[in-house]
Design a protein around this ligand. Structure first.
Ligand code: SF4
Length: 137
């Protein structure tokens, strides 16, 4: 029974390996399992040593380098410059959902399409809450 269960997971692992190789090579993916590349100018925010997903920490140096690794450029400076280059700066205004570490090393593609990552639900709730706020006059 256990063997059959494992066998049925083979397509999942094949997709996971394809995703891992592709995103590791192209985006230097850290396999968080809840991808936000479409909002960050196709730059993986998990490369930030603090793993911030909603912008820089405030410790960015004057030369746009990282507070933790001064020899590296702040990943959020890269996110901004790439988003600007691609004409996608509006995407940076989207509030990102809190990361669920239980999904680390799982397939972000499958998590997104199955709704397991909670991304769509989080955004729906945000919209609903925003619609309940009094409008600005
Ligand atoms: S799945 Fe997570 S770690 Fe991988 S590229 Fe997307 S945001 Fe980065």
């Amino acid at each position: 029974m256990n063997f059959l269960k494992r066998l049925s997971r083979i397509p999942y692992y094949i997709l996971l390996i394809i995703e891992f190789i592709f995103k590791k090579v192209v985006f230097r993916c850290h396999m968080c399992g809840q991808c936000v590349l479409q909002f960050t100018g196709f730059t993986c925010p998990m490369r930030c040593p603090k793993q911030l997903r909603d912008g820089p920490c405030g410790g960015t140096r004057e030369n746009s380098h990282c507070e933790v690794y001064p020899e590296r450029k702040c990943i959020w400076a890269l996110v901004y410059s790439r988003s600007r280059f691609l004409g996608r700066t509006r995407k940076l205004e989207v509030i990102q959902f809190p990361i669920d570490w239980r999904l680390e090393n799982t397939s972000a593609w499958i998590n997104y399409f199955s709704g397991r990552d909670g991304q769509r639900e989080f955004k729906r709730n945000l919209k609903r809450k925003a619609s309940l706020l009094p409008s600005e006059q």
